[in-house]
Design a protein around this ligand. Structure first.
Ligand code: SF4
Length: 331
């Protein structure tokens, strides 16, 4: 799976680097000074690199915990994200990472303990609960068998009674969660799309049916579940498509364990959108009824309102209103 492994000199002998390295005995190992030497150069093609990404092991020095955009919330006032990893093993055509980064290589920051300290510090800053989102620059669980990051971070959140953790994922790598006692302050949030759209756009990600199976297993084990319907994608028959899809999903949901549902339509910062069109000029998604407003590319305002209203009305037939959150991203 990994043919080349770049390891920063300062973490070359780190126990985590050694453990990860041992999983790829065939990989070519290259020492480097700083991960940015491999990750940031301009003359890289994300699409080509995505065919055979390398893994880079690095050390992170600052910005461990950052505030999320305003609309990125699930009921809390204090919202943060952190990224122990950059990039993703899946290849969703709408993913903003391919517009944001020049490289499709995976970066894993192996100094997990520095994330612990930063999270703990932020969590303890106020009495109000803090929400931490882990799946912002990667999928939270997809590479867990290699990184072991979630296994590392869960005990921290077990002792932080003023903090919530969201694991956002399309993955079925849930074994590590099923092996431990469920936590009331850790939400496993599945990003879901109708099968036909998942097959067309969410390349390499597990099919909807497998994600629903994983979700159901976690729910049975007592884990709070999140549903992330974001991005909602426009197509001519989006109404019956999403109508059936929401019914299909909620047939598997225990409303007692449903923590939150979030809903957002397809949207991207304009610069990312331009980069993505260059990478995939033939992609139909980018030829939809899109418009630019405040440097964001999204569906025309009337269509966006119509789609959100339709989905919201349908969802409220299936779930309570206080658990539904709409993401606008115009902040
Ligand atoms: S699963 Fe998420 S992070 Fe991974 S490619 Fe898809 S949208 Fe991007």
């Amino acid at each position: 799976m990994i043919e080349a492994l770049y390891i920063e000199q300062t973490v070359f002998d780190h126990p985590r680097s050694k453990a990860i390295r041992s999983r790829f005995p065939q990989a070519r190992v290259v020492k480097c000074q700083r991960y940015s030497e491999i990750f940031n150069p301009k003359a890289q093609n994300f699409r080509l690199q995505k065919q055979q990404p390398s893994l880079i092991l690095a050390e992170k020095f600052k910005h461990f915990v950052l505030e999320t955009p305003l609309s990125y919330n699930i009921g809390g006032q204090r919202n943060y994200y952190f990224s122990h990893m950059l990039n993703c093993i899946y290849d969703c055509r709408y993913c903003f990472l391919q517009g944001m980064y020049r490289s499709a290589n995976y970066v894993v920051f192996v100094n997990y303990e520095a994330f612990d300290s930063a999270i703990e510090e932020v969590a303890c800053q106020a009495d109000e609960p803090a929400y931490f989102f882990s799946g912002y620059d990667c999928d939270s669980l997809a590479l867990e068998p290699v990184t072991g990051f979630i296994k590392h971070i869960l005990p921290l959140f077990r002792k932080l009674d003023n903090a919530w953790l969201e694991l956002r994922t399309k993955s079925t790598q849930i074994r590590g969660l099923l092996e431990v006692e469920a936590m009331t302050n850790c939400i496993v949030a599945f990003s879901l799309s109708p099968s036909v759209l998942a097959e067309a756009l969410e390349h390499k990600a597990p099919p909807l049916s497998n994600r629903l199976d994983a979700l159901e297993k976690l729910q049975r084990a007592g884990w709070p579940i999140g549903l992330r319907f974001d991005p909602i994608i426009y197509c001519d028959n989006y109404q019956p498509l999403y109508d059936d899809f929401f019914e299909q999903v909620f047939a598997r949901i225990d409303l007692q364990l449903l923590h939150s549902v979030s809903l957002g339509v397809f949207r991207l910062p304009q610069g990312f959108y331009r980069n993505m069109v260059k990478l995939y000029p033939e992609e139909k998604l980018f030829a939809g009824p899109l418009t630019v407003s405040q440097s964001m590319v999204s569906y025309e305002a009337a269509l966006e309102r119509e789609m959100l209203a339709f989905c919201r009305t349908k969802l409220l037939q299936l779930m309570p209103e206080n658990k539904l959150f709409i993401c606008y991203d115009n902040d």
